[in-house]
Design a protein around this ligand. Structure first.
Ligand code: E4P
Length: 217
């Protein structure tokens, strides 16, 4: 499973990228607003750090304007994936931008039918939002499984980009189900390394290192 980082914070992206675990980045208007940066500037900087796809979201609501914005965003760098919402206009924009050879990420997906439509119009990525479904006592992970099954039944090449990830368990659950990509905030990715038994075990080892005065260099 590929790891994308869901942020527009440059320091966090550089930090995780240095570890070699960043396969791409996703942003959205809320993350751009949080960064306090100009969308074109910060997106260009992210594209210069990361080799993989960098999702940059349109802000228009009608297809023609989304297409114009998508073309402008795609000019920023070769690794831009234009992000469009899963509305009828977004699907139209996805179809046009895909046919022009751009990567397109269709976002705000909350149902299997929406995911089916995104695949039919040729989306590169579909972004089902797990956490926002879980917030409503629905089952976000079940949606990932349904889409996986549906895409595999018909050989759709659209990649399942699990989004709105809120916990480290979401990451391993997505990998077990077979999501192609999971995008998560930096804090969630770092949390994946935590285990209380690792901390306890290391504490014990360090006590013995001190007791026996073990030195390596
Ligand atoms: C993904 O592309 C979205 O930007 C993101 O995962 C949304 O997450 P949220 O529901 O935590 O805002």
């Amino acid at each position: 499973m590929k790891f994308f980082v869901d942020t527009a914070e440059i320091d966090d992206i550089k930090d995780l990228n240095a570890l070699g675990i960043v396969d791409g980045v996703t942003t959205n208007p809320s993350l751009i607003a949080k960064s306090g940066r100009d969308i074109l500037e910060v997106t260009k900087e992210i594209c210069s750090i990361v080799d993989g796809p960098v999702s940059a979201e349109v802000v228009a609501l009608n297809a023609d304007d989304m297409i114009a914005e998508g073309r402008k965003l795609a000019k920023i760098a070769d690794n831009i994936a234009v992000k469009v919402p899963l509305t009828w206009d977004g699907l139209k924009a996805c179809n046009v931008l895909t046919n022009e050879g751009h990567m397109v990420n269709v976002t705000l997906c909350f149902s299997a039918n929406q995911a089916l439509l995104a695949a039919k119009v040729g989306a590169t990525f579909i972004s089902p939002f797990i956490g926002r479904l879980d917030d409503l006592n629905l089952d976000g992970m079940e949606l990932i499984a349904d889409i996986r099954n549906m895409y595999d039944n018909y050989g759709f090449e659209t990649q399942i980009l699990a989004a709105s990830i809120r916990s480290a368990n979401h990451m391993s659950d997505c990998a077990a189900i077979g999501a192609d990509v999971a995008t998560a905030p930096p804090a969630v990715i770092k949390k994946m390394a935590d285990h209380v038994l690792t901390d306890k075990g290391l504490d014990g080892f360090m006590k013995d290192v001190a007791k026996a005065n073990i030195k390596i260099v």
